[in-house]
Design a protein around this ligand. Structure first.
Ligand code: DX5
Ligand code: ZN
Length: 219
């Protein structure tokens, strides 16, 4: 299991400390939530903030673009040092072209799906994907409760990927913590994002270790 702490839930006035905690806690990726105030009702980080975060760490930064018209911003985030980039299916009318641009820019290409968007819509594009991000809350905010029906989506997606013998990773994002991470991993999530479960905890480094232990004993 890859653990991807979401720094949206950290002290936003001290992102350098959040990055250092991710490294100390053994994170595999740093999850970076970009929200534009249009596709989702919240506004977060731009490309200059990504560049500042990427300069502070050797960990890949996993950029989750929750923005309308992601093609307009893609080059900025690639240039700013994104290691992984996901665009939302709901915003991407030319998904094939966007995915090619992400890979050509040297990043791993992903699609994010809102809870209500079925995984079967990705059947044809799976070979162009390095990962699929399944939202297990409605995108916009950290700290929302996990939507359990997304577990079935992970199982169905895992079967689609296995049938085609592809290496597409399944990332789950939203409401993951001690009570839910095990179910997510058993259902097929190989990459787990956690925001509040880590950064709202008194000891974020210990929280990362605990989540990893729960996830790995479930296998
Ligand atoms: C929500 C974001 C998530 C969020 C996760 O729109 O995409 O990455 O930060 O936070 P928690 O783990 O608190 O649900
Ligand atoms: Zn996210």
């Amino acid at each position: 299991m890859k653990l991807a702490p979401s720094i949206l839930a950290a002290d936003l006035a001290d992102l350098a400390a959040a990055v250092a905690q991710c490294e100390a806690g053994g994170a595999d990726l740093i999850h970076f939530d970009v929200m534009d105030g249009h596709f989702v009702p919240n506004l977060t980080f731009g490309a200059p903030v990504l560049a500042a975060v990427a300069r502070r760490t050797a960990l890949p930064v996993d950029v989750h673009l929750m923005v309308d018209d992601p093609g307009r911003l893609l080059d900025d985030y690639l240039d700013a040092g994104a290691g992984w980039i996901s665009v939302h299916w709901e915003t991407a009318s030319h998904l094939d072209r966007l995915l090619a641009r992400i890979r050509a820019g040297g990043a791993r290409a992903g699609v994010a799906l809102n809870p209500a968007t079925p995984v079967e819509l990705l059947t044809d594009v799976l070979p162009q994907l390095d990962f699929v991000l399944l939202m297990s809350v409605n995108p916009g905010f950290a700290g929302q409760p996990f939507l359990p029906y997304v577990l079935d989506k992970a199982r169905r997606l895992r079967a689609l990927v296995a049938e085609r013998q592809l290496a597409v990773e399944i990332e789950m994002d939203g409401g993951l913590g001690a009570a839910t991470i095990r179910d997510a991993v058993v259902a097929g999530a190989g990459v787990c994002v956690a925001g509040s479960a880590i950064f709202a905890h008194d000891d974020p480094v210990a929280a990362m270790g605990h989540l990893r232990q729960l996830a790995e004993t479930s296998l």
